[in-house]
Design a protein around this ligand. Structure first.
Ligand SMILES: [Zn+2]
Ligand SMILES: [Zn+2]
Length: 172
Protein backbone atom coordinates (compact mmCIF):
# COMPACT_ATOMS: atom_id res chain seq x y z
CA UNK A 1 0.00 0.00 0.00
CA UNK A 2 1.34 3.41 -0.92
CA UNK A 3 1.08 6.31 1.47
CA UNK A 4 -0.86 9.37 0.35
CA UNK A 5 2.06 11.52 1.40
CA UNK A 6 4.30 10.27 -1.39
CA UNK A 7 4.06 11.46 -4.98
CA UNK A 8 4.08 9.40 -8.17
CA UNK A 9 7.79 10.22 -8.40
CA UNK A 10 8.64 7.77 -5.67
CA UNK A 11 11.45 5.31 -6.24
CA UNK A 12 12.63 2.33 -4.32
CA UNK A 13 16.41 2.54 -4.16
CA UNK A 14 16.81 -0.08 -1.44
CA UNK A 15 19.08 -2.09 -3.70
CA UNK A 16 21.39 0.92 -3.96
CA UNK A 17 21.48 1.49 -0.19
CA UNK A 18 22.34 -2.19 0.19
CA UNK A 19 25.23 -1.89 -2.26
CA UNK A 20 28.70 -0.48 -1.55
CA UNK A 21 29.14 3.27 -1.04
CA UNK A 22 30.07 4.76 -4.41
CA UNK A 23 27.76 2.49 -6.38
CA UNK A 24 25.34 4.32 -8.68
CA UNK A 25 22.51 3.70 -11.08
CA UNK A 26 21.01 5.71 -13.94
CA UNK A 27 17.25 6.10 -13.70
CA UNK A 28 15.15 7.15 -16.69
CA UNK A 29 11.87 9.01 -16.31
CA UNK A 30 9.05 9.23 -18.80
CA UNK A 31 5.69 10.46 -17.54
CA UNK A 32 2.98 11.78 -19.88
CA UNK A 33 1.73 13.95 -17.03
CA UNK A 34 2.54 14.36 -13.34
CA UNK A 35 0.67 16.42 -10.78
CA UNK A 36 2.72 17.57 -7.80
CA UNK A 37 0.33 19.29 -5.42
CA UNK A 38 -0.44 22.55 -7.24
CA UNK A 39 1.80 22.01 -10.27
CA UNK A 40 1.13 19.95 -13.39
CA UNK A 41 4.14 18.84 -15.46
CA UNK A 42 3.32 17.54 -18.91
CA UNK A 43 5.23 15.58 -19.96
CA UNK A 44 8.09 14.95 -17.56
CA UNK A 45 11.09 13.15 -18.96
CA UNK A 46 14.82 12.84 -18.48
CA UNK A 47 17.25 10.92 -16.40
CA UNK A 48 19.24 11.13 -13.22
CA UNK A 49 22.04 9.26 -11.57
CA UNK A 50 21.46 8.02 -8.04
CA UNK A 51 24.68 7.44 -6.11
CA UNK A 52 25.09 5.74 -2.76
CA UNK A 53 26.98 7.99 -0.33
CA UNK A 54 27.95 7.52 3.30
CA UNK A 55 24.92 9.62 4.34
CA UNK A 56 22.29 8.58 1.82
CA UNK A 57 21.71 8.98 -1.89
CA UNK A 58 22.97 11.74 -4.18
CA UNK A 59 20.68 12.60 -7.09
CA UNK A 60 22.14 14.29 -10.17
CA UNK A 61 20.34 14.70 -13.44
CA UNK A 62 18.33 16.75 -15.85
CA UNK A 63 14.60 16.63 -16.51
CA UNK A 64 12.64 18.28 -19.29
CA UNK A 65 9.05 19.33 -18.91
CA UNK A 66 6.29 21.81 -19.56
CA UNK A 67 4.71 23.33 -16.49
CA UNK A 68 1.05 24.22 -16.96
CA UNK A 69 0.74 27.79 -15.73
CA UNK A 70 -1.81 30.59 -16.01
CA UNK A 71 -0.85 33.62 -18.10
CA UNK A 72 -0.47 36.69 -15.88
CA UNK A 73 -2.20 38.84 -18.53
CA UNK A 74 -5.02 36.77 -20.03
CA UNK A 75 -5.26 34.12 -17.24
CA UNK A 76 -5.41 31.29 -19.82
CA UNK A 77 -3.38 28.20 -18.91
CA UNK A 78 -0.43 27.48 -21.18
CA UNK A 79 2.67 25.29 -21.26
CA UNK A 80 5.84 26.89 -19.99
CA UNK A 81 8.95 24.93 -20.96
CA UNK A 82 11.22 24.16 -18.02
CA UNK A 83 14.58 22.48 -17.62
CA UNK A 84 15.09 21.02 -14.18
CA UNK A 85 18.62 20.47 -12.94
CA UNK A 86 18.69 17.99 -10.09
CA UNK A 87 21.69 18.07 -7.80
CA UNK A 88 20.61 17.16 -4.31
CA UNK A 89 21.40 14.84 -1.49
CA UNK A 90 18.68 12.69 0.05
CA UNK A 91 19.81 11.93 3.58
CA UNK A 92 19.17 8.93 5.75
CA UNK A 93 17.51 9.51 9.10
CA UNK A 94 19.72 11.44 11.58
CA UNK A 95 22.03 12.58 8.78
CA UNK A 96 22.39 16.01 7.16
CA UNK A 97 20.61 19.28 7.95
CA UNK A 98 17.12 19.20 9.58
CA UNK A 99 15.33 20.44 6.45
CA UNK A 100 17.10 18.01 4.10
CA UNK A 101 15.36 15.77 1.60
CA UNK A 102 15.05 12.29 3.08
CA UNK A 103 15.36 8.71 1.96
CA UNK A 104 13.81 6.07 4.22
CA UNK A 105 15.82 3.29 5.81
CA UNK A 106 14.17 0.96 3.30
CA UNK A 107 15.44 3.11 0.43
CA UNK A 108 12.19 4.82 -0.56
CA UNK A 109 12.93 8.19 -2.10
CA UNK A 110 10.24 10.66 -3.15
CA UNK A 111 11.57 12.96 -5.86
CA UNK A 112 8.25 14.86 -5.96
CA UNK A 113 9.05 17.69 -3.51
CA UNK A 114 12.42 18.37 -5.16
CA UNK A 115 10.98 18.34 -8.70
CA UNK A 116 8.12 20.59 -7.60
CA UNK A 117 10.56 23.03 -5.96
CA UNK A 118 12.72 23.13 -9.09
CA UNK A 119 9.70 23.57 -11.36
CA UNK A 120 8.36 26.48 -9.29
CA UNK A 121 11.70 28.27 -9.35
CA UNK A 122 11.98 27.70 -13.13
CA UNK A 123 8.70 29.51 -13.81
CA UNK A 124 8.74 33.34 -13.65
CA UNK A 125 6.48 35.11 -11.16
CA UNK A 126 4.42 36.62 -14.00
CA UNK A 127 4.44 34.13 -16.86
CA UNK A 128 3.15 35.50 -20.17
CA UNK A 129 1.63 33.09 -22.73
CA UNK A 130 3.10 35.05 -25.66
CA UNK A 131 4.98 38.29 -25.95
CA UNK A 132 2.10 40.15 -27.59
CA UNK A 133 -0.59 38.73 -25.33
CA UNK A 134 -3.37 41.34 -25.29
CA UNK A 135 -4.68 40.29 -21.88
CA UNK A 136 -8.20 40.82 -20.64
CA UNK A 137 -10.33 43.92 -21.03
CA UNK A 138 -10.32 45.56 -17.60
CA UNK A 139 -13.94 46.54 -18.03
CA UNK A 140 -15.74 43.48 -19.39
CA UNK A 141 -13.15 40.71 -18.94
CA UNK A 142 -13.10 39.74 -22.63
CA UNK A 143 -9.93 37.87 -23.62
CA UNK A 144 -8.60 40.35 -26.19
CA UNK A 145 -6.49 37.65 -27.88
CA UNK A 146 -9.70 35.97 -28.97
CA UNK A 147 -11.95 38.90 -29.82
CA UNK A 148 -12.31 42.64 -29.43
CA UNK A 149 -14.96 44.08 -27.18
CA UNK A 150 -16.96 47.29 -27.43
CA UNK A 151 -15.49 48.89 -24.31
CA UNK A 152 -12.91 50.88 -26.31
CA UNK A 153 -15.60 52.93 -28.01
CA UNK A 154 -17.33 53.63 -24.73
CA UNK A 155 -14.03 54.73 -23.24
CA UNK A 156 -13.20 57.03 -26.12
CA UNK A 157 -16.67 58.59 -26.35
CA UNK A 158 -16.44 60.69 -23.16
CA UNK A 159 -13.06 61.98 -24.25
CA UNK A 160 -14.52 63.05 -27.57
CA UNK A 161 -17.33 64.70 -25.67
CA UNK A 162 -14.84 66.74 -23.62
CA UNK A 163 -12.89 67.61 -26.75
CA UNK A 164 -16.07 68.75 -28.44
CA UNK A 165 -16.95 70.82 -25.41
CA UNK A 166 -13.53 72.50 -25.49
CA UNK A 167 -13.91 73.23 -29.17
CA UNK A 168 -17.32 74.83 -28.72
CA UNK A 169 -16.07 76.85 -25.72
CA UNK A 170 -12.95 78.17 -27.45
CA UNK A 171 -13.31 81.74 -28.67
CA UNK A 172 -13.47 82.24 -32.42
ZN1 LIG B 1 -1.84 35.50 -22.20
ZN1 LIG C 1 -14.34 45.20 -22.79
Amino acid sequence: MTSHTTSRLTFNLGFLLASAVGESRMVELEYPSVKLEDIILRPLRGQFRASHTTQGIMIRGRLYSNAIVDCARCTEPFEYEVLLELDDHFYLRDEGPPDAFRITDAGVLDLGPLVREEAISAVPMQPICKEDCQGLCIDCGQNLNEADCDCDEQLIDPRFAVLQQLLTQSPN
